[in-house]
Design a protein around this ligand. Sequence first.
Ligand SMILES: *Cc1c(COP(=O)(O)O)cnc(C)c1O
Length: 423
Amino acid sequence: MTGDLAPATPATVTSAAGGTVASWTERYTHALMDTFGPPQRVLVRGDGVWVWDADGRRYLDMLGGIAVNALGHAHPTLTAAISAQLGTLGHVSNFFASPTQIAAAEKLLEVAQAPAGSRVFFTNSGTEALEGALKITRRHSAGARPRLLALEHAFHGRSLGALALTAKAAYREPFEPLASDVEFLPFGDTDALRAAFETDGDKVAALVLEPIQGEAGVHPLPAGYLALARELTTRYGALLVLDEVQTGMGRTGRWFAHQHEHLGGGIVPDVVTVAKGLGGGFPVGAVIAFGPQVAGLLGRGQHGTTFGGNPVAGAAVLATIGVIERDGLLAHVSELGARLRARIAGLGHPLVREVRGEGLLIGVELAAPVAPAVAARALEAGIIVNACTASTLRLAPPYVLTDADAELVVDLLAHLPADPKEL
Ligand SMILES: *Cc1c(COP(=O)(O)O)cnc(C)c1O
């Protein structure tokens, strides 16, 4: 019987072959909810820092799936690790464990420089990692600490818990009431931080921070801010939660942004959330609880997940970290990022007001609110960049980017018109 069946290639069983960008876009608008608006292109294939659309056009991917594709597209080591694990043991319930899950947790604790007694909970996304952190916070506060602090312009995800920590009114207001009341402090303001603890500091359950705000436009916290945050949370018994979903896993040239001397100054956080680059493109996130006391806040039966920490995700995490270590990519990210930022700033282009960031998480602040127009022009020219605010371009390319690749972006920016009206 089986001999009569056609070979089950992806094309024969998925009906997702053929078609143009226009025909796929038309089908998209009937089948997918309109939450993202129409797709900019329909992409069919990737290789390294390049992706191809359904019309066969090639693009330099300077966004990396929003800081996700750390190793680029279709990396052979990652592909082999995921495929081998899927072909060996793809999924088991969390009543069981797998070697890749356990080894991935150990490796994550190692690169996070977490002290003895620290532990990991794997999720499928950054948002779920924040939900885990919020549940840890609830257990820590035990009802006696109703205050939760975050920063203005913060982005922590879109579920009702993570959204409560997200500052943007347009994201929040249609869904209120949210899971928690959160006080938003002005970004980077140490006086406001001190003031928030001076009155009722012992009522604060947690302070949640991105070391570099990503979605807001790549804004690093000023030097000394994280150290003060650690000092105050320790003094008042609150948890310090660092959201490194976007900045973690080597994106800034260190495994975690708070490990940079000028950002974190050697602090040890209580909780770190991670996702985006963690699996190199395979969906996986994690909550890291630092030290035995925080690690014990979620006890048996108090949290769970069906997919989180599955064997394939474990293999993806191990392969991603393994390639970053083997190929010396942290140093490469640091050095290439610094060169690229200097090249862009050095253009002296009237439209480029400021270049921010760390490693390969770069924000290019424009002198006018024309970032979407610049991103559209870049796409036409075959380069994917992201307008994360009206005036900010965000670059978050794969770590395997080369100087020659980066030069294509410099060239694009160099040839922008000086007058924003000409865009
Ligand atoms: C992307 C992001 C999230 C949400 O992660 P998802 O995987 O999209 O759920 C949370 N926090 C930060 C800082 C992020 O950049």
